[in-house]
Design a protein around this ligand. Structure first.
Ligand code: SAH
Length: 253
């Protein structure tokens, strides 16, 4: 386990390398350190992440999550669908106390971990709920058509994810789906489905995650990328959506 004295300059350098200098303050870096200690401790007894090397953890979990920040309006009500060990929801809460974030996952153990972490870090802008997205987004449920922004990373293909996420958005709200290299194909598959669920045509943004210069890896570190798919909700979602999960998987829209 590295020390705070080693962690702090690593995180600061990563924030600066990615144009996030406004976040490089004592409070935020201190909270990311608490998150790192907690995650690595709990990871020894519970499967939270395969990434444990601090530099990688900073880039692939923290900076990666923080790339969403420019797309989230001030004071927004945000839902993280399938938050797992708390990504992107925990970094968002640490960086932006103005947000009201709900973390959702179907695995109760992960939600217990995320809620405990929020308490430890004194993040009073996070609420964690265990349940299935397609059930909590059903007509009549309080979270349906409620959120300004829905975020999601590494949960499902876009044509499945869209049906889980779009019903949660109010008209005028935005889905931010963090995607990997197959994004073009996934967007083509989901073009009709997005419209059926009340979404506008999708927008694709390339997010670059730049490793900071370092003494042990001079010049060799190459930037990493993820794709961000943005879908604006322009109409209410029909009450027949979301369908049962088996149906969503069997016949994606
Ligand atoms: N977003 C995290 C975790 C990704 S793993 C990250 O990027 O690190 C996918 C997570 O989605 C798992 O924790 C799984 O329990 C959750 N999940 C999958 N389908 C779900 C559903 N229908 N409703 C709620 N959570 C779901």
């Amino acid at each position: 386990m590295i020390s705070f004295e080693q962690f702090s300059p690593l995180l600061r350098a990563a924030l600066l390398a990615n144009g996030m200098e406004s976040l490089a303050n004592e409070q935020i870096i201190g909270n990311f350190w608490k998150l790192t200690e907690r995650m690595l401790q709990v990871n020894a007894v519970m499967n939270l992440t395969t990434i444990t090397e601090p530099r990688e953890l900073i880039l692939r979990h923290y900076i990666d999550s923080l790339t969403l920040l420019p797309h989230i309006p001030n004071g927004a009500h945000v839902l993280d669908v399938g938050c797992g060990a708390g990504f992107p929801c925990l970094p968002l809460c640490i960086a932006r106390p103005d947000l009201h974030v709900t973390a959702l996952d179907s695995t109760a153990k992960k939600i217990t971990y995320v809620a405990g972490t929020a308490e430890l870090l004194e993040l009073d802008n996070l609420q964690a709920i265990s349940g299935r997205a397609e059930e909590l987004a059903a007509p009549g449920q309080p979270m349906r058509e409620h959120f300004d922004v829905v975020v999601s990373r590494a949960v499902a293909r876009l044509n499945v994810l869209g049906e889980l996420c779009l019903p949660f958005l109010r008209v005028g709200g935005t889905l931010l789906a963090m995607k990997g290299s197959k994004v073009q194909e996934e967007m083509e598959e989901f073009a009709k489905g997005a419209a059926l669920l009340g979404g506008d045509p999708m927008q694709l943004i390339d997010c670059t995650i730049t490793p900071p210069p370092s003494e042990d890896v001079p010049d060799t570190a190459t930037p990493d990328h993820h794709a961000l798919v943005i879908v604006k909700k322009v109409r209410k979602t029909k009450e027949i959506y979301p369908r049962k999960y088996a149906q969503i998987l069997k016949k994606p829209l």
